[in-house]
Structures are given as structure tokens and as C-alpha cells.
Write a protein of this length. Structure first.
Length: 323
């Protein structure tokens, strides 16, 4: 779907996957006006196909568009485009059972040609899809994390809450540093004090204190994950208390070592939930838990995945049947 100034959204098309032809002076290539989303289509036990909270992705896409000075795509158009692609590619949605899905990647780029630094006057909204296997083919395994102190992902007033490629470009070096330190993932801290835990490279974090789960509050410099938001409710369904709060790195270490902090996990569309088992930082390292995925972590993971795949009743009305 194309957007042109003065004309709005027009020319929706469903076409075979093919390379785009891009002018070397396309403004996206120079000034990075780009935003994207990620969501999954799952096959239910009866063979029908659903997506999970596409309206929430559509709303976040509008929020990202505003920050990047791009036009806001109507929620219905976003959802209709995803529906049309999944209908077309239905045969590629894996069978129910397991955790396989059809992953959808909606995105928008500037389509104007020119080198002036200003919002473009033309944009392209595109959705592509690809089958995705289970994130943990060998079973869920805790990951190790590196607390990044040399780099920050986002600053107050910046675009950390937007899902834009630039945020991911900024994270690649820190992710490589985490790998050099022997860790699977980078954890971002706040930009001002380097003290408050924000999120992981591509996932939000949750801290489990017995039957109370806490996730870092949305400060504006982390992404408002849809999995994160869903878990605030799913936790209550399972009888836990869930809340948003602030967790410092000192508190993480102290509470992990005292045993008060029973589990930590990360969550996002890709892996649903990933346990965190080991933490490393310039100030030292510590084990989080006993090396096995925690009970609360796995209970939440199953409950959410069951809703997403249609194995359990969806009391929240989150699953979306294709139009
Ligand atoms: N934080 C970042 C930086 C991410 O890229 C993602 C993945 N979209 C998340 C959090 C989790 O968001 P969601 O649950 O919507 O996938």
C-alpha cells in the first residue's frame, strides 16, 4: 500500500514475493525513516488460522509512525493487510502443536527520492511472511545475559519506544560485546544512571518474587511489548500478582543471591518466554536460579502459548480470526 501526500493511502496490492527496486537516493537509505512490526499466525486444533492481537501491533505501528514523522496507517488497514497475506499463504501456516507459526513482518519505508533532510512525501507499507519453527527446538533453556554499560539503546526523548530499524542498528555492537563476554543476550540499562534495568535486545524482562511478577515500567526508552502486556493479565489469570516497577542492577544481584528473586524471564513474540539463568556485568556475575527453567516462567509460557495456538480458551478476546 502506498501513501502519497495529498492523496493518502492507495493502491493496495497482493503480489508474489519479489525484490524491490530502490532508487539510490531513496530517502530511507539515507535518513532511516523506517518502522516495523512482528506478529505470528498460528493454526488452531480445528485447522483454522488466527493471529494474536494484530490490533495491538497496529496501534504500536501508529505510535512508531508518529515518532518517525511518518503517516499513521489506520488500524483496520494494517489488520486487513495481514489478514489478506495470511489467507493467501494459509498453506504455509504449520500444523497445530509444537510452537511453529507463520511469522509476519509488516513494515513501512519512505518512498521519496531526494537528499533533503525532512519527512518524505511518499511511503510504502509492506507485509511479508515466513514460516518460523520453534525458538527452542531442543526444549526451553535459560539464557545468559550481559548488562551493557558501555552502550545505551535509547535515551529520554529519543525513539526507544518506537519499533524502528535504527534502534536495532544501535544494538548490534552491544550484542556482539555480549557474545564476546560469553553471554547469549544483552540487557539494556537506563541511559542516565546506568542503574535501572530496561529490556533485553529484542524482549522485555520480568522478575519473579514467589507469586509476584514485576516488569520494568514503560519509561519511554523501552519497547511496549505485546507479550509483556499480555502477561500482566495472564499472570493474574493464574493467580499471581503482576505489576510494573523499577528494578536496579544492585537489587537484581542482591535478591538473586538471597533467593528472594526466584526467577527472571524475558518475553517477546519470537520466543514467547525465555528463562534467564546467568547474569554478567563489569561489577561481577551471578547465577539466577538453579540452571533450570523456573516453575512460574514455564506456567506462564504454557498459558500464553495455549491461548495463542487455540489450545486454551481465550477469555481476553486476543485471538483474531482472519477476515
Ligand atoms: N523489546 C524489543 C527491543 C523488541 O524488539 C521486542 C520484539 N518486538 C520486544 C521488546 C517484545 O515485543 P513483543 O512482545 O511485542 O514482541
Amino acid at each position: 500500500i502506498r501513501w502519497t501526500e495529498g492523496r493518502g493511502w492507495h493502491d493496495a496490492q497482493l503480489t508474489p514475493y519479489a525484490p524491490l527496486s530502490i532508487d539510490p537516493a531513496n530517502m530511507t537509505l539515507h535518513y532511516a525513516q523506517e518502522i516495523f512490526e512482528g506478529l505470528k499466525a498460528y493454526r488452531r486444533p480445528d485447522g483454522s488460522v488466527v493471529t494474536f492481537r494484530p490490533d495491538a501491533n497496529a496501534e504500536r505501528f501508529r505510535t512508531s509512525a508518529r515518532r518517525l514523522a511518518m503517516p499513521e496507517l489506520p488500524v483496520e488497514t494494517f489488520v486487513a493487510a495481514c489478514d489478506a497475506l495470511v489467507q493467501q499463504d494459509k498453506a504455509w501456516v504449520p500444523a497445530h502443536g509444537g510452537e511453529s507459526s507463520l511469522y509476519l513482518r509488516p513494515f513501512m519505508i519512505a518512498a521519496e527520492v531526494g537528499l533533503g533532510v525532512r519527512p518524505a512525501n511518499e511511503y510504502l507499507f509492506i507485509v511479508i511472511a515466513s514460516p518460523a519453527g520453534p525458538y527452542f527446538p531442543g526444549g526451553v533453556k535459560p539464557v545468559s545475559v550481559w548488562l551493557s554499560e558501555d552502550y545505551v539503546r535509547a535515551v529520554p526523548g529519543g525513539m526507544g519506544f518506537a519499533k524502528t530499524g535504527g534502534n536495532y542498528a544501535a544494538s548490534l555492537l552491544a550484542q556482539a560485546e555480549a557474545a564476546r563476554k560469553g553471554c547469549d543476550q544483552v540487557v539494556w540499562l537506563d541511559a542516565l544512571e546506568h542503574k535501572w534495568v530496561e529490556e533485553m535486545g529484542g524482549m522485555n524482562l520480568y522478575f519473579v518474587y514467589g507469586d509476584r511478577i514485576v516488569t520494568p515500567e514503560l519509561t519511554g526508552s523501552l519497547l511496549a511489548g505485546i507479550t509483556r502486556d499480555s502477561l500482566l493479565s495472564v499472570a493474574k489469570d493464574l493467580g499471581y500478582t503482576s505489576e510494573e516497577g523499577r528494578i536496579s542492577t544492585e537489587q537484581w544481584r542482591r535478591d538473586a543471591e538471597s533467593g528472594a528473586l526466584t526467577e527472571v524471564f524475558a518475553c517477546g513474540t519470537a520466543a514467547v518466554i525465555t528463562p534467564v539463568g546467568f547474569v554478567k556485568s563489569t561489577g561481577g556475575e551471578w547465577a539466577q536460579g538453579d540452571g533450570e527453567p523456573g516453575k512460574v516462567t514455564m506456567a506462564l509460557r504454557k498459558a500464553l502459548l495455549d491461548i495463542q495456538t487455540g489450545a486454551a480458551e481465550d477469555v481476553h478476546g486476543w485471538t483474531h480470526e482472519l477476515a
